[in-house]
Write a protein that binds this ligand. Sequence first.
Ligand code: ADP
Ligand code: MG
Length: 358
Amino acid sequence: MACFAKIHGDVCTKHNFIRVVPMKAALLSILLAGLVVLSCNKPEPVVEAKDFAMGTVITQKIYGANSKAAAAEAISKIRELEKILSFYLADSDISLLNNSAGRGKVRLHPETFFLLTKSSEYAHLSGGEFNIMVGPLVKRWKVTAESPDVPSPAEIKSLLTLIDYRDLHLYKDDCSARLARKGQMVDLGGIAKGYAGDEVIKIYGKHGIKSAIVDIGGNICVLGLNTDGTPWNVGIQDPRRKRGIYIGSVSLSDKAVSTSGAYERFFPAGGKKYHHIIDPRTGYPSESDLLSVTIIADSSLDTDALSTTIFILGLDKGIKLIKKIKGTEAVLIKNDGAIYATEGLQKNFNCSAEVIYR
Ligand code: ADP
Ligand code: MG
């Protein structure tokens, strides 16, 4: 049984550690027993690594002969990406672009250019709800700083004049970009970690890895199957309870899962909680009817951008948008605790509470 538990070690959204998911049905464990014993007899080399980069915790669990090399290459790729994509590092591509706002074009690394392009696509798709031009607001709100404060309505009003997503001009020919007006800033915080997840999966593939999980601050990618031949279980945090308590889990293979919510990065003031996802229409932290959104799709870039977007859009508009995007599923938890999921998850969402499928 110890062996059974070990190889069912899975990950959970937003919480960056490998956990053991107790299997719900005893019957299932009996059925799987033969498989488990086989796996235990021939244990695969496994690497479990925990690092800090991109402002978050990164956990990797990789099975296979080259797992150590794959883990090392993955973390160095993530650190390289942080160097060019960070909103906070003074000499990142993003800082160069932001510091040149209103002054002309800036040549960019192709990966920065790619992410700016994808972000623009998401801005159009979401009618401007996903908007990396929220940079000036993110900087002012500084939600994760040591002593954040609530900006005055006048400050918000003035910053709102800087965030039109159409003011980001992209030039494919020479891989450059320009921000139209002084003071404008882009922030890739809502999409960069997801992109990093996709890159990590490519690196695992290059090393011949067939089974792995990586979690980059709540953006999880699962590769292949667990070593016992079953899908990975990815737990979904209960946004109203303490870290590590789940509302359920999704069984997945070769998928990306991202969660956005208001429950982790916020500061309290005047009886309110001010979190880090900005509604570009108001300039304030989004106040939709959702507590958290988990998106499941093939690409982690997409799940990251979409989880942020849907969180702002709210339940009805969010589900409508998800239904338009083929191969994308979602679990949405409403302010009153009600759990919604898209119909495509009926078979692989394991949840003991009532789920409303839409
Ligand atoms: P996390 O980074 O905690 O995983 P998200 O993926 O939802 O959460 O991204 C939130 C981050 O995205 C914010 O910290 C900020 O950097 C950026 N952001 C905030 N509001 C928006 C928005 N409306 N559109 C795009 N990015 C945003
Ligand atoms: Mg996101």
